[in-house]
Ligand binder design. Structure first.
Ligand code: SF4
Length: 144
């Protein structure tokens, strides 16, 4: 859809605000030079969301990485900041090669500046090295 703003032809883009459960529908009129008008936001959060979605959309990323522990082979992690939308898939793919040695502390940085985004990846739970030793002991006991 196109609209006219003081003689300039603008395209209208529609985004869903995720700032709260109301889920307002946001309309952004913009040209290649920039945003001309934002409609549908009923608060400042919505206005900022519309501007961010239009100029630099980002998404939170949570996933798991390999953990060198036979009982808990996956460790939940997340990006320390929202990732540019177009880089989410390669960002997650990059983490497939990460193998973490326990112990791990919740919040510990496991990968830095992933794909040159300046965004680190952090653990979202702690994992004790003892878990592995306990497991080895249990497995040895079970073998007897
Ligand atoms: S614009 Fe404001 S009220 Fe509407 S969904 Fe976004 S945060 Fe909620």
């Amino acid at each position: 859809m196109t609209t006219t703003h003081e003689g300039h032809e603008a395209e209208t883009f529609v985004y869903l605000c995720t700032g709260c459960p109301l889920g307002c529908s946001l309309e952004v009129d913009a040209t290649e030079e920039g945003i001309l008008e934002i409609r549908g936001a009923t608060c400042k959060i919505g206005e900022r969301h519309a501007e961010q979605e239009h100029t630099d959309p980002r998404r939170p990323v949570s996933t798991t990485v390999r953990l060198d522990d036979p009982v808990h082979p996956r460790l939940p992690v997340r990006a320390a900041a929202p990732v540019p939308k177009g880089l989410v898939a390669p960002f997650v793919a990059h983490l497939r090669d990460v193998v973490v040695q326990p112990p791990v502390d919740r919040g510990e940085v496991l990968a830095t500046d992933v794909l040159g985004t300046g965004i680190d990846v952090i653990a979202t739970r702690s994992m004790a090295a003892a878990a592995r030793e306990d497991t080895d002991a249990r497995l040895a006991t079970a073998d007897r």
